[in-house]
Write a protein that binds this ligand. Structure first.
Ligand SMILES: NC(=O)C1=CN([C@@H]2O[C@H](COP(=O)(O)OP(=O)(O)OC[C@H]3O[C@@H](n4cnc5c(N)ncnc54)[C@H](OP(=O)(O)O)[C@@H]3O)[C@@H](O)[C@H]2O)C=CC1
Ligand SMILES: O=C(O)[C@@H]1CCC=N1
Length: 273
């Protein structure tokens, strides 16, 4: 049984823990370090996992340690964890946006480290994760990291670490883009007079249906789009409006802003840590 420790028991840790438990990982295999008593109590109540106030207590005996704190919290956990990690020498997995492998090695010492970027749909087994490993990660550890993230969705290894900020901007932040689009669709339909409950139900189901067609049918998004678009019909009118407003450019700029923010997060840490 692989013993897992999570440092930080927030949104992402909860998504990953929930997903892992659904795949049959026993509750006894997971420990979490979380500073807030209320959050610790909730982790025990909802997931049945052991939660500790002290980070080193969660790490004791762990084969794999997942750093699931905000990038800005890394300097605060570094000193307390470094010795425990060096004693235990687990596979270290970081999910922090922007934080680079060389920074993790500098803070926590020479360890096998996988930097990865999952997303919140991991909670329902529909996550998407990009991973990159440092040179100390052995083939079995690489398989171990992939196994953990495979348990909560799709995984892809990324060869060039610089592209992890692109992965963050695409799939890490991506669920929020779709949620924002559903919010906007719902609001637009309400503005035209549809009851909000009806607008939300139709928008959500449309998102689900489109997502399932994309993932289950194997056809390219462009082909699926063309099939909805009758010549001179309603969809064409909407897509032309999107194009006139520069949808492609809007999305490209947003993804560039997210990737840039990932780089900035790492640069800010270089200055402070
Ligand atoms: N949210 C997302 O969709 C995704 C997030 N990520 C990355 O995952 C990481 C976590 O994000 P997210 O889960 O959203 O953030 P959260 O704030 O929900 O979770 C972070 C947790 O870490 C806890 N924490 C704070 N300080 C410490 C400490 N010193 N020791 C141990 N735990 C501590 C926080 O407790 P408290 O609340 O008391 O401060 C909180 O419970 C980030 O680095 C983010 O970049 C990656 C992919 C997707
Ligand atoms: O917004 C963030 O910084 C994190 C990383 C990816 C998703 N949420």
């Amino acid at each position: 049984m692989t013993r897992l420790a999570f440092i930080g028991g927030g949104n992402m840790a909860r998504s990953l823990i929930g997903g892992l438990l659904k795949t049959g990982v026993p509750t006894g295999a997971i420990r979490v370090a979380e500073p807030q008593a209320g959050a610790r109590e909730a982790l025990g109540r909802e997931f049945g996992v052991a939660a500790y106030a002290e980070n080193p207590l969660a790490v004791a005996d762990a084969d794999v340690v997942v750093l699931a704190v905000k990038p800005q919290v890394m300097p605060a956990i570094r000193d307390g964890l470094r010795d425990a990690l060096q004693r235990q020498r687990p596979l270290l997995i970081s999910i922090a946006a922007g934080v680079r492998l060389d920074q993790l090695e500098r803070w926590f010492g020479a360890l096998p480290i996988v930097r990865c970027m999952p997303n919140t749909p991991a909670l329902i087994g529909a996550g998407a994760t990009g991973l990159v490993a440092n040179a100390r990660v052995s083939p079995p550890q690489r398989a171990q990291a992939q196994h953990i993230l495979d348990a909560v969705g799709l995984t892809r290894w990324i060869d060039d670490e610089r592209l992890m900020d692109t992965v963050t901007a695409l799939s890490g932040s991506g669920p929020a883009y779709f949620f924002a689009l559903v919010e906007a669709l719902e609001d637009a339909a309400v503005a035209q007079g549809l009851p909000r409950e009806t607008a939300r139900a139709l928008a959500v189901q449309t998102c689900l249906g489109a997502g399932r067609m994309l993932s289950e049918g194997g056809e390219a998004p462009g082909e699926l789009r063309r099939r909805v678009t009758s010549p001179n019909g309603t969809t064409q009118a909407a897509l032309e409006s999107f194009a006139a407003d520069g949808l492609g450019r809007i999305v490209a700029r947003a993804v560039a802003a997210a990737a840039r923010r990932g780089e900035e997060l790492a640069a800010e840490l270089d200055k402070t840590a």
